[in-house]
Design a protein around this ligand. Sequence first.
Ligand code: AMP
Ligand code: ZN
Length: 487
Amino acid sequence: MTNSKLHIYNSHSGKKELFVPIHQNFVGLYVCGPTVYNYVHLGNCRTFISFDMVYRYLLHLGYKVRYVRNITDVGHLENDADEGEDKIAKKARLEQVEPMEIVQKYTLDFHDVLRQFNNHAPSIEPTATGHIIEQIEMIKTILENGYAYEVNGSVYFDVNKYNEKFPYGELSGRKIEDLIAGTRDLDGQDEKRNSLDFALWKNASPEHIMKWPSPWGIGFPGWHLECSAMSTKYLGETFDIHGGGMDLKFPHHECEIAQGCASTGKSPVNYWMHGNMLTLNGKKMSKSTGNTLLPNELFNGGSDLLERGYHPMVVRFFTMQAHYRSTLDFTSEALNATEKGYEKLMDAIKELETLTTSANSSVNVNGLVSSFYDAMNDDFNAPILVANLFETVKIINTIKEGKATITQADLELLTKEVNAFVFDVLGLAPLNSAGDDSKLEGVMDLVLNLRQQARENKDWGTSDKIRDGLAAAGLVVKDGKDGTTWK
Ligand code: AMP
Ligand code: ZN
């Protein structure tokens, strides 16, 4: 097994720690998936791309990884108060369709978008509705252990009782007294004993559509419970890595720790990882505020925010320009710069195949390759890896110009590692992977001829439309002195 030097910033301890998996070769990775009641936005995608990169690097290091990412298809309430409505049930009511039609539509969109971003599928993608029995079993255990109470067919987690034995709030660095001070007083009408208590099971009113029988009557599970039940089922009572966006740290992940400790006495996760937010106009991209950009609008240029479309690989590369724990602001200028960089990188990779070798190397290939590993071993520092890859691009160009030399063995090593880090670890792909396809050449000749005719007729609208449509398909057209070329 690889002697890994991987360090992970653990949100729980607030420190970078050497990664030591529970089982030598095997890594259990759980990432909170989407609540499928709406189209997935680019912010959500950033988090899922970041964890795809984490998954890919663990695989690259030689680990066998079981990557579990759930689908929340029930239980995510708009708020945890008694009147909070399930997000999926609400959408189904508004659109007058079955909740499972909502779930199906947005799950398909989620898969389609992540496939375009070249994300690997997780090893298991369990749904909350598919694990009601496991959730009920976990509630029973928490009740038996004395950390929950039942009221009118609902079950709530008793945060005060829990806090006597385990520190509630340690993941998000909150103190229970401050948390209590920050919540509204219960007015005597509430079922909860304490405003911090959260629902494990909610009693369903007769008109509620998604509901199941339980020992406490007909109802549905609370949101935090599904991740605890499914991660325990597929990864064990304590597993290696749990990830999600920063905004899930509290209360969602804090409650997952509480549920785990309350049912098994052990903390469920060894390394907590949290990705930072994608911002748009300086504010968090979010469904609830409408400050969003949908991936498909970005691919086809169909948003007022953009002048044209961008290839999904350029957008993926853009997300690698910031460390996963830093915020990343979306702008079309940044995307334009990323697109140029992408082409440079891909051109250099092609050049690797044509370089002439020498008896000696004047370039330090081992040093370059180590720099790739050092970057990723330092808490998956993709932007540093990208900077090191661009350093490599410069060196490839110097060798090409005859200003530096490389041996056959060094060239083979460099080619192997650059390809591995660019395609396997960062998960990028050539923009025009069908570039050698003679049929595509024929189609492009025809399309560019039509565009040329439009230009001769001064029909700039049509000419631009063709160029933008091609760009959205990942085909970049350039008009130069010697005519029009495409990549
Ligand atoms: P949701 O479907 O709202 O539960 O979100 C799915 C995932 O996307 C969670 O891990 C969130 O933390 C993450 N997320 C939501 N908004 C953003 C954002 N603006 N930037 C990055 N990740 C986000
Ligand atoms: Zn979760």
